[in-house]
Design a protein around this ligand. Structure first.
Ligand SMILES: [Zn+2]
Length: 344
């Protein structure tokens, strides 16, 4: 019984109302596939459903203003009722601005539940995703930065140190930019590089008092479970031990899956589960974990991976740790050189 109380989920049919008007990988079928899979395996009924309506509109607005410019928020609001494109990748439909707002609201609610100690682990099944949304721009399928907004919520509730771990195959340029000069929100990302959106080198480590609080692992294509496991064990785990986060927000993108059409990584469902397990066991002293869906465009690969991560969150399964197949010594060497302050 313990496991059922430990893990919650946030989902709302309204997240399906952000719809492309042409063929696009970031579409409502992603969430439909995840929910169907969780139901098929009997997990859906075991998860605590968290209602998001008691988070006031004004509160979400205020938090959005902490991470986005006034102009950006107004621009997203101005999309209401229209179809169009921000850029070649980023479409909008009549409900997009309200759906993006609701996704931010859901992320805020998840953090509130964890910070209040009501639940330890929450998976937020929302879209549009958020990690490419910068202070002043919508891009890469993203409008509002859900991870950043929820980190601000944690701060407002007394968290002193917030960790954001981003295993989406793309670099979360928006999240990095928003917390670039801050030492209270540490951003850790592993991603393919060079790749969209072009940022995320080892030497992008933050600035001012934020120097050292941005940690990027730029990776070549083709890495699999074992390589990711080793990199996370040798780089992220010492960071977690030293930073000692009060809460962990995971930008959980599943586009590093071997079947994903957009990238060329080789992670399996077990690989995502192992990374999640590692994050949760290393940050046991934190109040808890909020997983936010980012990318992941192969429907089955994403849905199966979310299922495995949720089983891991429930402690219903201990994930397998795969062996390293590709030599990653040079990546580890660079990482240890750039992140020395965390490795000593
Ligand atoms: Zn992505």
């Amino acid at each position: 019984m313990k496991q059922t109380e430990k893990v919650g989920i946030i989902y709302d049919d309204y997240f399906l109302e952000h719809k492309p008007f042409y063929s696009h990988p970031e579409n409502p079928n992603r969430l439909i596939a995840i929910v169907e899979t969780l139901k098929k395996y009997g997990l859906w009924d075991k998860l605590k459903k968290i209602d998001i309506d008691d988070i006031e509109y004004a509160e979400v607005e205020e938090l959005l203003h902490k991470v986005h410019s006034e102009d950006h928020i107004k621009m997203v609001e101005s999309l209401k009722g229209h179809y169009g494109n921000i850029d070649a990748d980023t479409y909008y439909s009549p409900e997009t601005s309200s759906v993006a707002f609701r996704a931010a609201q859901a992320s805020v609610k998840a953090v509130e539940e964890v910070m209040k100690g009501k639940i330890e682990r929450v998976f937020v099944l929302a879209r549009p995703p958020g990690h490419h949304a910068t202070f002043s721009e919508a891009m890469g399928f993203c409008f509002f930065n859900n991870a950043a907004v929820s980190a601000e919520k944690a701060k407002s509730m007394g968290a002193e140190r917030v960790l954001i771990v981003d295993f989406d195959v793309h670099h979360g340029n928006g999240t990095q930019e928003i917390f670039w000069k801050r030492d209270d929100v540490l951003y850790f990302s592993s991603h393919r590089y060079p790749f969209y959106p072009g940022t995320g080198r080892f030497d992008e480590i933050g600035e001012g008092k934020g120097k050292g609080y941005t940690i990027n692992l730029p990776l070549p294509r083709g890495l699999s479970d074992g390589e990711y496991a080793k990199l996370y064990e040798e780089v992220l785990v010492p960071v977690i031990e030293k930073f000692s986060p009060d809460i962990v927000i995971v930008s959980a993108g599943f586009d590093a899956h071997y079947n994903d059409p957009l990238a060329d990584m080789k992670l399996t469902e077990d690989g995502f589960a192992y990374l999640s397990h590692l994050i949760m066991t290393s940050a046991q002293k934190s109040k808890g974990f909020v997983f936010l869906l980012e990318g992941g465009y192969n429907l089955e690969g994403t849905a199966e991976s979310v299922k495995e991560v949720i089983l891991t969150m429930m402690e219903a399964k201990t994930p397998i740790r795969s062996d390293t197949l590709i030599n990653i010594d040079s990546i580890l060497y660079e990482a240890k050189k750039h992140f020395k302050i965390w490795m000593e």
